[in-house]
Design a protein around this ligand. Sequence first.
Ligand code: NAP
Length: 286
Amino acid sequence: MAAQIIDGIAFANQTKQDVAARAAALKAAGKPVHLTAILVGGDHGAELYAERQGDGCRALGIDYTLLKFPVSISQRELKNEIRRLNKDVGVTGIMMHLPLPDHLDTARLQYEIDVVKDVEGVNPANIGYVVYKHTLIAPCTALAAVELVKSTGVQLRGAEVVVVGASVIVGKPVALLLIEQEATVTLCHIATRDLMAHTRRADVVVVAVGKAGLITGDHLKEGAVVVDVGINRITLPDGTRKTVGDVDFESAKEKASWLTPVPGGVGPVTVAMLLRNSVRSAELLK
Ligand code: NAP
């Protein structure tokens, strides 16, 4: 079987249309969406990325402010800035560009972000809400992976789902979001004894590890839905550089029924989920 390709770019564009309509409705109601991003001591590349993100927001009717702080900012000063943004009724969403300089405690600062304004879903309280089936804002990449699984129309209730990779920001929230869909979820990680034994019985496989080609066609059951979150830069024998996922695309596409490409799969949808979360935060605050 040759897999159908899950088109992340098309899905992201559809999501952005919906985001623009919801942002326009909020603006008309006098409650514009306003995302504020924090950048600490970023280099030129990081600044450029953040400015581009602003362009992407404004194109959909989302106001965007980039707050730049010097690399010398202290933990207390940045914490106070976040607390100020939490209280500012004109700010509906807050995100922090990473990495932060080493002297800052990223997790503790993320915990400070107001749970509703937390558009990246990095405050642990937001993971807690997923567990209690009251999802407010879920982490963007995890949401993207789950939305792409759902976009195939696969029946998740009762399905065998294997998530490979157990990070706080991707693997674990993917597993929780799929449990919410009443799938039977197995979470595999570095200590998993026989990875192939798990993936071979899965109807759906989500891979988020960061190891090129970890999952091949041999790991898959015929007809599985496969979502590849991995992003790896590899060097080909001729010296050229290429971005690939964690799934060996060529062999997997002979076994899977649906498969995300890298690039063009989860990546663009992650960006769209940040925009969707931004609108959701503003709607929750309304
Ligand atoms: P991470 O924090 O490094 O987590 C990787 C997870 O995989 C860890 O739980 C790790 O376990 C586990 N692991 C390592 N080797 C394994 C193996 N052989 N079998 C099973 N599990 C294994 O990475 P991440 O932030 O979750 O990101 C994962 C990948 O997704 C990366 O390639 C990253 O670039 C990509 N990513 C993509 C997007 C996007 O928008 N498309 C966004 C975020 C991340 P241990 O910690 O115990 O080693």
